[in-house]
Ligand binder design. Structure first.
Ligand SMILES: [Zn+2]
Length: 177
């Protein structure tokens, strides 16, 4: 049986693989995703077996945040706060940031899942041919895998610093490196 301390250690190890800083809207590095999903299911299992606890919901929120599920992260964090009865300004600030990012994601035309797939596609495309500093692979992927709103999606990627394929990979979706 895993303890909260085991789960925390597992979650921190998974977070280290992501290459994300806190409240970073980049997709986690692909190598981090299996570790994050493992940590998330271990935490959910812990809650199912041991009942609800503020510590467990905090960890769940952290896993969801790393996976860019801000709606889930916000709801788990609220649950943690209500279970602990803690109203530290630091916690409220974090909750406000989660809400802000949840709102921003709602406006963005690409889902976190699509960003992960785009990242994997660009990683393999750029492994064989260096970037020619156009977003041609990004455009091709969008046309094939995420039809509709092409201009808005490219605009969103540019907004994150993704003007060409290599920049989309390093600035918008996070490289596998
Ligand atoms: Zn480039």
């Amino acid at each position: 049986m895993k303890t909260i301390a085991d789960l925390r250690a597992q979650m921190i190890a998974a977070q280290k693989l992501t290459g994300q800083s806190s409240l970073d809207r980049r997709a986690p590095a692909p190598k981090a995703v299996p570790a994050l999903l493992d940590a998330k299911s271990a935490i959910s299992r812990f809650i199912a077996e041991n009942g609800e606890s503020a510590d467990a919901y905090r960890l769940l929120s952290m896993a969801q945040e790393c996976l860019l599920n801000y709606a889930g992260a916000r709801s788990s964090f609220e649950k943690a706060l209500s279970l602990s009865n803690q109203r530290h300004p630091k916690n409220l600030k974090h909750l406000a940031l989660l809400r802000e990012y949840e709102g921003k994601w709602n406006e963005l035309p690409l889902t976190p899942d699509e960003l992960l797939h785009l990242g994997a596609h660009l990683t393999s495309a750029l492994a064989t041919h260096a970037c020619d500093h156009t977003p041609k692979h990004t455009k091709a992927w969008l046309a094939q895998c995420s039809p509709g709103q092409q201009d808005q999606k490219l605009k969103a990627l540019r907004h994150w610093g993704g003007y060409c394929d290599c920049e989309v990979l390093s600035n918008a979706v996070q490289s596998a490196a």
